[in-house]
Design a protein around this ligand. Structure first.
Ligand code: GLP
Length: 232
């Protein structure tokens, strides 16, 4: 059972996912050059961002009018820490795409105010946490959960360890709230790999519940792009 505002596209594999996701966002940037985009880090969207960077290099896409909005950040990192998710967003999305404007996520109040002044998000590009989190809205997070600092769950600490070989994962993070994410005019959820299959099914086919924060994405104009391992 999938809700009416939700479109699910299943593609063969991760490279096809990158292509389809890049095309989805490129079309929107072509239509609305000043698009405001919430930008996930994590492994899943990296192929998509590389494809978009390729288009920018080829001169077929101009992202200079785009505003990139940070989705989440570890709390308490010193300046220049290699684990910074903002730094990851800058090197994977902002710099290679030639994006000129960034809304960083440092202080929740400043972030919320800046987003309101921008008129909210046009698009949210999201990955799916293995425990159903989006950003770092860990379970339980309801639809009204605001931008805030949270403690990471053991599951997120484990999954995030894959990003930082030899370094520890910070135990706390700041995340854009569910209220911000669900306020996006359109949402793209990218899901790849067999390890995401069960949680994607809970998010799309199970009840809406704070125990699976991604289940609330069905309230939005949601496009899910999944590979066959994640959505057989
Ligand atoms: C991480 C991040 C999310 C990310 C998700 C999926 O913990 N907080 O922003 O989208 O989990 O990550 P990945 O794409 O690496 O599977």
């Amino acid at each position: 059972m999938v809700t009416p505002g939700v479109t699910v596209h299943v593609v063969p594999d991760a490279p096809a996912l990158a292509d389809a996701a890049a095309e989805w966002l490129a079309q929107r940037i072509a239509r609305t050059p000043a698009l405001t985009v919430l930008v996930a880090t994590g492994q899943t969207p990296m192929g998509m961002y590389a494809q978009l960077a390729e288009r920018v290099r080829a001169g077929t896409l101009d992202c200079s009018g785009v505003t990139a909005v940070q989705l989440d950040e570890y709390a308490g990192l010193p300046e220049g820490d290699p684990r910074s998710l903002r730094a990851w967003m800058l090197r994977s999305f902002v710099t290679p795409l030639g994006v000129q404007t960034v809304v960083p996520l440092l202080d929740p109040a400043a972030f919320t105010g800046r987003l309101a002044a921008l008129g909210g998000l046009d698009v949210a590009v999201l990955g799916l946490g293995p425990n159903g989190h989006v950003g770092f809205n860990e379970p339980p997070s309801g639809p009204d959960a605001p931008t805030r600092e949270v403690a990471l769950t053991p599951e997120s600490l484990r999954s995030n360890a894959a990003y930082w070989s030899g370094l520890t994962v910070p135990t706390r993070a700041v995340t854009a709230g569910m209220d911000v994410i669900l306020g996006a005019r359109e949402t793209l959820l990218l899901v790849s790999g067999a390890h995401k299959c069960a949680i994607l099914s809970e998010a799309l086919d199970g009840p809406e519940t704070p125990l699976v924060p991604a289940s609330f994405l069905r309230r939005t104009a949601l496009t899910v792009l999944a590979d066959r391992d994640a959505r057989p």
